[in-house]
Design a protein around this ligand. Structure first.
Ligand SMILES: Cc1cc2nc3c(=O)[nH]c(=O)nc-3n(C[C@H](O)[C@H](O)[C@H](O)COP(=O)(O)OP(=O)(O)OC[C@H]3O[C@@H](n4cnc5c(N)ncnc54)[C@H](O)[C@@H]3O)c2cc1C
Length: 327
């Protein structure tokens, strides 16, 4: 790709100036990641749609980025146009309209102030609404998919309004996380919320936040690195698994990692948190490769010990050609 020529062409569509070789570690919560071939921050929904259409119609690889809190970007960077989504329009009501660059927490605060319940679980989840939709973000038995009414998207060069089914949501998953997903920009959504007393909404959110502060390490991370494991047989044979989890047939990935004795295990500057074994943290000098190798080590040990293949919640993105493919 001739990225200088593409930058010229893109500049004609943009309000601001696209940049070459922007280091992505500045934009990820793991604080790792090499450069974007082209980088542009958009704050305007029509511009976001226009650039997405142009990229799809001209076969320009495009990567939509929110707050980078659920991605592991390769040290070699992303050989694509990285569109940083900062579109933050909102219209609050029982059916709330929100553009996908809005911070998930901000959306919770605005709706809670208006006496609308549903997003309490979002209070401690960093990132944008767009990133939340792609991974069906959730906590405390609620997921964003449960609230969704419809989405405005650009997919494969067409601007459309689609129903939630289009996303094929499941636990921490949607079709946009899968290999060969159609190139898609999520532009805006409508969410259905329930009227409730403001004080009750804030009390619930405060309790969730309190539990989070107790459990989560403060260092740079991408939250839970692996998905929890839904396996009833495994849940029944594990000693010390809390009863509600055994009943639900769910085993936290952190339980398995801790039981393998991996708390504190380190590769380069990437380390398994001692506070929460499913949080891989940056000791300050980690590379993306350190995180990937640490994750591979965990996957291998958990498989050898329990016969379980852990699935990553954090998405590995960019150019990983120099590394052996994961099993
Ligand atoms: C401390 C901490 C705690 C966390 N706790 C939770 C938790 O409790 N529950 C939970 O579910 N997650 C949690 N996370 C993970 C993360 O915050 C969420 O997945 C978040 O929703 C990701 O949003 P983002 O904007 O950072 O997405 P990014 O990391 O920027 O992107 C993630 C993926 O979404 C795609 N994407 C983003 N926006 C768009 C768009 N508009 N259109 C198309 N594709 C898009 C990207 O291309 C990428 O593939 C936590 C993370 C941290 C650091």
């Amino acid at each position: 790709m001739n990225w200088d020529a593409l930058r010229e062409a893109l500049s004609r569509l943009c309000i601001g100036v696209p940049r070459r070789a922007e280091p992505l570690r500045r934009h990820t919560t793991l604080r790792v990641g090499g450069p974007a071939a082209l980088f542009y921050k958009t704050r305007d929904l029509e511009e976001f749609a226009r650039i997405s259409l142009w990229a799809h119609q001209n076969a320009v690889p495009v990567f939509i980025m929110g707050h980078g809190s659920n991605i592991l970007v390769s040290d070699k960077g992303i050989p694509a146009l990285v569109l940083y989504n900062a579109c933050q329009g909102m219209a609050i009501g029982e059916v709330t309209y929100a553009e996908t660059g809005v911070a998930f927490r901000e959306l919770f605060l605005k709706t809670a102030q208006a006496g609308l319940s549903g997003l309490e679980f979002a209070v401690g989840i960093p990132g944008t609404l767009g990133g939340a939709l792609v991974s069906n973000a959730g906590a405390y038995r609620s997921n964003i998919a449960d609230l969704l009414v419809e989405l405005d998207i650009v997919s494969e060069g067409r601007r459309m309004r689609v129903a939630p089914d289009w996303m094929e949501f499941s636990y921490r998953d949607s079709r946009l996380r899968r290999p060969n997903a159609p190139p898609t920009s999520l532009l805006a959504v409508r969410l259905r919320l329930k009227p409730d007393r403001r004080l009750d909404i804030l009390r619930r959110a405060r309790e969730f936040q309190r539990q989070r502060i107790l459990k989560q390490p403060p260092e740079s991370s991408a939250g839970s690195f692996f998905k929890n494991v839904y396996d009833r047989a495994l849940a029944e044979r594990l000693p010390n698994l809390p009863a509600p989890m055994r009943t639900a047939g769910v085993v936290p990935a952190g339980y398995l990692i801790e039981a393998c004795g991996l708390k504190g295990y380190r590769v380069g500057g990437a380390c398994v948190s001692r506070k929460h074994a499913n949080f891989l943290i940056n000791c300050g000098w980690a590379t993306a490769r350190d995180f990937d190798q640490l994750a591979q080590h965990i996957e291998r040990i958990v498989y050898e010990t329990y016969g379980i293949t852990l699935e990553r919640e954090v998405l590995r993105v960019g150019d990983w050609d120099d590394l052996t493919e994961r099993a």
